[in-house]
Design a protein. Structure first.
Length: 301
């Protein structure tokens, strides 16, 4: 009799545990179904996130995440982490800059063949292998439009809102361009040396002439011959301004100012920063102010 009661108790306990287990599974499935009701957008890095944030706006059904940290910068040698892969596993859409910046793209395509990919530079005429298109406001506007079109196609329920948000953001970009249109005339035809390839888009947009390019990054070792070539370009092309990035160009900039009469202006390549919606506009405004002031000072205007 005692064994019988023990058996019944064990059986009841097993039924209870099974019930708890089934309940947990059910709740997990319900949670996944609720999560699946949303639409997850992942961006590759900072400038794409800011553009997407303005297009997405405050649509409640959209979850917007960025793959890399905001301080990562460009992704030329970026290695995907396990957390990155987990995030991409939840994504409906992955927005990239394109043009070869996301060197890990083949790994993503192999791991997630059904993931919708939006290449923001698809309709931009890139400057060779240089894909820093967001540094031209004209090209950045095209990228915003491409992101809007891609999201609208992937998520028809939000298409009207995407279009409205994109239109408002594009109006802000156009307003910034118009604000500096007259002042920027001082830049046209001026020769500059660049210490970051991203600035080729900025100088191209404003009709400046590139006398020399020395693309500096954290692993760049500059030779004595390259330094001599830059100094020669400064002299022969009558360069008065060098455009550099503070993070990697300070040492070389200091050397150039010591060896010549050139002025070094440190611009923001807009590849890292905070996630505020207007951060791109604020950064580009600051760049234009610095650039215009530098040439006004050099010409005495």
């Amino acid at each position: 009799m005692k064994n019988k009661y023990v058996f019944v108790a064990v059986l009841l306990a097993a039924i209870l545990l099974a019930g708890i287990g089934f309940t947990a599974v059910y709740l997990h499935q319900q949670g996944r179904e609720e999560e699946d009701d949303g639409f997850t957008v992942v961006t590759s890095f900072y400038p794409m996130y800011v553009a997407a944030r303005n297009v997405v706006g405050d649509q409640g059904h959209v979850r917007l995440e960025n793959l890399s940290e905001p301080q990562t910068g460009c992704l030329h040698d970026y290695q995907l982490t396990s957390e990155d892969m987990k995030l991409l596993a939840t994504a409906d859409v992955f927005i990239i800059n394109g043009g070869g910046i996301e060197t890990f793209l083949a790994d993503v395509a192999a791991e997630y063949p059904d993931l919708t990919l939006i290449d923001a530079s698809e309709h931009v005429e890139l400057l060779g292998e240089n894909a820093h298109a967001w540094m031209s406001m004209e090209d950045y506007s095209v990228q915003v439009q491409t992101i809007c079109s891609g999201l609208s196609e992937a998520d028809p329920a939000g298409a009207d809102q995407y279009a409205q948000n994109a239109e408002r953001y594009l109006e802000k970009i156009d307003a910034l361009r118009a604000e500096y249109r007259d002042a920027a005339q001082v830049l046209r035809g001026k020769s500059v040396v660049l210490f970051h390839e991203a600035y080729e888009y900025l100088t191209d947009e404003y009709g400046m002439q590139e006398a020399a390019l020395l693309n500096l990054d954290e692993e760049r070792q500059v030779s004595a011959g390259e330094v001599a070539d830059i100094l020669s370009a400064i002299e022969t092309e009558q360069v008065s301004v060098i455009l550099a990035e503070e993070r990697y160009g300070r040492d070389m900039g200091d050397m150039m100012e010591q060896e010549s009469s050139v002025q070094v202006v440190y611009l923001d390549p807009l590849n890292r920063g905070d996630y505020s919606a207007d951060s791109y506009l604020d950064g580009m405004r600051s760049n234009l102010e610095l650039l215009i002031r530098a040439f006004e000072d050099s010409t005495g205007e």
